[in-house]
Design a protein around this ligand. Structure first.
Ligand SMILES: [Zn+2]
Length: 102
């Protein structure tokens, strides 16, 4: 991933919930359960996804994830992270293969 979505992915990784830490079912740790405003980059990504016709979380509702929702979130997060890492590895391999001038 590159550009806006790449930065958002970095931010999402930085905000990953820890063991036993409460998080919002809509925004993960981004809103601190509504105690902090959502970061501008987060809102930008949500608005971009909305314009692409994707399902997006509400920006003004917050609810703690249930145990089952947490399990699903962690499984989806691990899957997305693995996919991003695979893409990064492929991109790095492409760059190294193309760097014949070094
Ligand atoms: Zn929230």
């Amino acid at each position: 991933m590159t550009g806006l979505f790449g930065r958002a992915a970095d931010w999402l990784e930085f905000g990953r919930p820890g063991e036993g830490e409460d998080f919002c079912v809509h925004h993960g740790l981004a809103c601190r359960m509504g105690a902090e405003p959502l970061a501008e980059i987060y809102v930008m990504v949500v608005e971009a996804q909305r314009q692409l016709g994707q399902d997006v979380p509400p920006l003004d509702e917050h609810r703690a994830a249930t145990f089952e929702e947490r399990r699903q979130y962690e499984a989806e997060f691990a899957e997305a992270l693995a996919e991003a890492e695979a893409r990064n590895a492929a991109s790095e391999a492409d760059l190294e293969a193309g760097a014949t001038w070094t």
